[in-house]
Design a protein around this ligand. Structure first.
Ligand SMILES: NC(=O)c1ccc[n+]([C@@H]2O[C@H](COP(=O)([O-])OP(=O)(O)OC[C@H]3O[C@@H](n4cnc5c(N)ncnc54)[C@H](OP(=O)(O)O)[C@@H]3O)[C@@H](O)[C@H]2O)c1
Length: 266
């Protein structure tokens, strides 16, 4: 069987480099292009010299004809990148967070029109996907919930895509909002965090962290805490490779790694 041809947008970013290394070591995959915002003065030694780096995505897709475009860029360009891929008949595998629900629906519609596979996953780490599913399972049995997500200081969006997906999944399963304790005096504005459907959302940004999340649920006389820690970006790689291999057999956009792992709790 021919290798699946893979292009990476955000090729020289932290995730882009991890994915490039892993794709290069996988016999079922071939790295054919990298897309960067600007050509670096010096190409990092770890980037394979035979694989071209492009600044123009459309040109990269036309010249190298990938089967899949993996996107680990920024919230401002991810939607246009994914739509450009679909328009060129290339399946998007999107790891970049910050896509709105409307953007996701738009992308799903474009994939459906072309009967093209796509994967959007706010978190490619299996443990994080399990955390989201456990939180979903627990949601009907607790009246109060708070999500604390903790990331490195350079993260551009808040709350994280994982926190949002966790909250949405919990609310979907529960079928109604959580209770939110009123705080008549908020001495420092924002101390209670953001809120979605009664779930408190708190975003910590701290040098030294990678990606961490705690879901706290409470009801009379008991609390439940579900925590996941990503200690290195290697955690995301197996999920990304799985998505690349599975997306070529799909004819629609799938939102969340849980659908590829058959982990979803109804
Ligand atoms: N789904 C998951 O499991 C998962 C896991 C980790 C991270 N993420 C998300 O993935 C994204 C990237 O994370 P990261 O840690 O790799 O960030 P990063 O190190 O900042 O990498 C982002 C890369 O995208 C490049 N870029 C920006 N605009 C571009 C464009 N128009 N075309 C091509 N490349 C462009 C940046 O280039 P410059 O440096 O030149 O601007 C940079 O190299 C973030 O949204 C993060 O939240 C998701």
């Amino acid at each position: 069987m021919a290798a699946i041809r893979v292009a990476i947008a955000g090729a020289l970013g932290r995730m882009g480099r991890e994915v490039a290394r892993a794709v290069g070591q996988d016999g079922e995959l071939a790295l054919v292009a990298g897309v960067v915002r600007a050509h670096p003065a010096v190409v990092p030694a770890e980037w394979p010299a035979r694989v071209p780096l492009h600044v123009d995505l459309a040109e990269a897709l036309a010249q190298t004809r990938p089967d899949v475009l993996v996107d680990f860029t920024t919230p401002t360009v991810v939607k246009q990148n994914a739509l450009a891929a679909v328009a060129a008949g290339v399946r998007p595998v999107v790891g970049t967070t910050g896509l709105s629900a409307a953007d996701g629906a738009d992308l799903a519609a474009r994939c459906a029109e072309r009967r093209l596979g796509g994967v959007v996953a706010p978190n490619f780490a299996v443990g994080a996907v399990l955390m989201m599913q456990f939180a979903r399972l627990a949601a009907p049995y607790f009246e109060y919930a708070e999500i604390v997500e903790l990331h490195h200081e350079r993260k551009l969006d808040a709350p994280s895509g994982t926190a949002l997906a966790t909250a949405r999944g919990m609310l979907e399963r529960r079928g109604r909002d959580f209770q939110r304790a009123a705080t008549p005096t908020e001495t420092v504005a924002g101390a209670r965090g953001g809120e979605l459907g009664g779930i408190g959302l708190h975003s910590v940004r701290l040098a030294g962290l990678v990606a961490h999340q705690e879901v706290l649920l409470g009801t009379l006389g008991q609390t439940l805490t579900i925590r996941h820690d990503t200690t290195s970006r290697e955690a995301f790689v197996p999920g990304v490779l799985l998505a690349i291999k599975r997306v070529v057999a799909l004819d629609r956009l799938v939102h969340g790694l849980e659908h590829l792992l058959e982990l979803r709790i109804a």
